[in-house]
Every structure is written in C-alpha cells, then in structure tokens.
Design a protein around this ligand. Sequence first.
Ligand code: AMP
Length: 173
Amino acid sequence: MQLEEIRSAIRDVPDFPQKGILFKDITTILNQPEYFKNVINLLYDKVCDNNVDYVAGIESRGFIFGSVLADRLNCGFVPIRKPGKLPAAVHQVEYQLEYGADKLEIHRDAFPEGKNVVIIDDLLATGGTAAAAAELVEKAGGKVIKLLFIIELAFLKGRQKISKYDFHSLIEF
Ligand code: AMP
C-alpha cells in the first residue's frame, strides 16, 4: 500500500473542535484493518533497528498507535497523559498553546534510568505537545531516540520545536 492511499483515507473535518480548525481524523484509518496494519508496519520499519525499550504514547490517539507498535516491537508501553489522570507520582511539564497553556504528565517510575524511548502521537502541529512529551521522558530518565507521527502539518513548523531530536512523520500536509 502506498502512502498516497493512506493519506487519502485520512478524513478532513472542518471547524472541529472549533471554528477555523481543519481536524485530521484518523478513525477512518483505524476502522480499515489493511490501512491500520500498514501504518503500524511503516512505523515499525522506522524504529525496528533502534533497540527500543519503551514506546511512550501521547494521550489519546498516541495510545492507539503506540500500544500496537510496542506489541510489534516486543517492548513496554508508557502513557503520557493530561494532568490528573495518572494515579502514582508524576513529573509534569507545562507548555504554551496559541491561547493559554496546557500540561502533560508521566509516571516518575515509568521506566528505569537510561532506557531508549520512542515517542508517538498521531499528529505534529505546532510541536508544543511533542516537545513537552520529550522533556517529560528526559525528566523520567529516558533517552528520546525518536519521535514518530502519522501526520505532520508542515505549515505550522512544529519540527522546529523538536529539532534537537530525531523524528519522522509518515505523511505531510
Ligand atoms: P501541537 O502541540 O500544536 O503540535 O498539537 C498536536 C496535538 O494536537 C496532537 O496530540 C494532535 O492530536 C492534536 N491536533 C492539533 N491539531 C490537530 C488537527 N488539525 N487535527 C487533529 N489533531 C490535531
């Protein structure tokens, strides 16, 4: 399956969750097994030679791709969550949004010191979320070996915020 086919399976939803936002909906990949499998295969190819110890998925769509990828890689999965959701002691990072700020958290004991961690989310927009996730993995003692995205909204220049890391997006818009 070509990337072009996967790209055309992603649904555009205008004005969600607010006016002016063109939402890239990946549920139209998830509900077609051959598309979902292919996306996982493409992600797997990008990190299978990296001695990955853990996949860290960003809430919530990063959980879907990340947990399946972790299973394929035979490694652990770690959730990076919105504040107040993780039950045990956490590290927290606050990051700026276009209007206001947001926070993400990771369990302090998510993995042992020095482990190789791949971070995954469905989409890279301004890069604030991904940069905060990378900071959290480092606070927890992990080594960020790659950030993976299904979609990159290139015009928002999110890659500038994560330029000190190795990263890969499957599809650019
Ligand atoms: P950012 O921090 O600006 O890079 O935003 C990335 C996060 O917001 C990811 O977790 C995405 O799932 C979500 N997101 C931002 N913009 C969109 C969009 N146009 N369509 C779908 N998800 C988006």
